[in-house]
Design a protein around this ligand. Structure first.
Ligand code: GDP
Ligand code: MN
Length: 393
């Protein structure tokens, strides 16, 4: 689970990390009111969406007076922010965070991630923080410091100091940086995080270290342990297609194409998506209906996939081992009765009870494209998608 920047700042400040003074705003008037509460003469209005790279997308605005704050807030609220990380659908801006502007001397990058290969927490740091960190890590991978933490003893102060020195901080700031690093590590472990990121961590003119932007993600499987973390969930930032499917127990991941997929088995689902792409199409989703796909489950899958307005063709691809093709076919027929199926449908069945399955589909009299192999299924659905696109054009 991801949370907002302001929520991560509140959590991290509880672990001794300095953050700018700020306040939340749901309206332009509230944004100016927050600025007055904070004081000073320069503020930053920040879109609160579950994404980084907001700065480059117009989601971070430095303002000098009320008029500029009103304008920035008015521009952002209720609008979708499309960043390099959100995909073309973007994320809705419903909340703003107003902060005192900080006089930046230098921007550093600090990240704590779970390295699944070594099964350890890995600290990643760079003295070239800010908005270009992705490019720098690609261009000069050696400029990035990496330290892995031995889980039995946890992060040691000497490791934190080593990173602080590695960043080129001066002697007065080493102590502060060590506090920040130790605080992040404690937050990571105590809150069951999977990621803690400060980018940028800045040094200011008066020599202090401040976390200007923070990001945290949490282990979904540990959420039951801490209500104060799970209550930070903001469903408005999640893909509504995924929330809908997850609430119905389906394993669904939203994608940007137009060919909707209902498939059993993650491996077959991946292979089918590859075949669709090979044929020149784009899948609209990944959906694994799972082993015992009852007719009702197939109907739910139809509802989930067709709730996506971008879907213009639906492909059902089942290789029945534990599954039964006749059940799946019954589910398809039932879906046509109960759901408004307004796109061409292609069904491929193979395995247990395949003859019964095809018989049910044929006897239904429904206009369904029938395929016997994976290649055929992908070809038929890409062809159908081309036809629909040509008609729409
Ligand atoms: P992101 O683009 O989503 O990562 O948003 P950030 O909060 O990291 O802001 C992007 C950039 O805006 C930072 O790297 C800074 O260069 C700049 N910025 C953010 N807050 C301030 C501030 O208080 N003062 C100044 N001068 N620049 C800021
Ligand atoms: Mn940032």
């Amino acid at each position: 689970m991801d949370i907002h920047e302001y929520q991560a700042k509140e959590l991290l400040s509880g672990f001794g990390i300095a953050v700018p003074r700020g306040g939340l705003a749901y309206s332009p008037e509230q944004a100016t009111y927050r600025a007055r509460e904070i004081g000073g003469s320069k503020w930053v209005v920040k879109a609160q969406v579950h994404s980084g790279a907001r700065g480059k997308a117009g989601g971070i605005r430095v303002c000098d007076d009320d008029r500029e704050i009103l304008e920035a807030a008015d521009d952002m609220l209720g609008r979708k922010l499309v960043t390099q990380q959100t995909g073309p659908r973007g994320k809705m801006i419903y909340r703003l965070y107003v902060e005192e502007a900080v006089d930046i001397e230098h921007e550093f990058y600090l990240g704590f991630v779970l390295d699944r290969k070594t099964e350890r927490v890995m600290v990643v740091a760079s003295s070239a923080g800010g908005m270009e960190i992705e490019e720098i890590s690609e261009r000069e991978p050696d400029s990035i410091l990496r330290v892995s933490v031995e889980p039995a003893v946890g992060m040691q102060e000497f490791q934190a100091r080593e990173i602080a020195f590695g960043l080129g901080l001066d002697s007065k700031q080493i102590g502060q940086a060590t506090q920040v690093l130790m605080g992040c590590y404690r937050a990571f472990r105590e809150l069951d995080a999977t990621m803690v990121e400060i980018n940028p961590l800045v040094t200011t003119a008066d020599g202090s270290l401040v976390a200007l932007d923070t990001k945290m993600s949490f282990d979904d499987n540990a959420l039951f342990r801490s209500a104060h973390i799970s209550e930070l969930r903001d469903k408005s930032q999640e893909d509504p297609r995924e929330t809908y499917a997850a609430d119905r127990g389906l394993n669904y991941v939203g994608l940007d194409g137009e060919i909707g997929c209902i498939i059993n088995g993650a491996g077959l689902a991946m292979a089918t998506m590859d075949m669709i792409q090979l044929g020149g199409g784009e899948p609209a989703n990944f959906l694994d209906v799972g082993g015992g796909a009852s007719p009702d489950r197939i109907v739910k899958a139809f509802r989930s996939v067709l709730a996506d307005q971008n879907v213009s063709v639906l492909l059902v691809n089942i290789f029945a081992g534990i599954n039964r093709c006749d059940w799946v076919a019954e589910g398809v027929v039932k879906a046509f009765e109960e759901v408004d199926v307004n796109v061409p449908v292609v069904v491929r069945l193979a395995g247990t009870n395949v003859d019964e399955g095809f018989q049910i589909l044929r006897e239904s009299g429904l206009a369904i494209g029938i395929a016997e192999t994976l290649a055929e299924a992908a070809e038929l659905s890409v062809d159908a998608w081309r036809n629909v696109s040509a008609q729409a054009a």
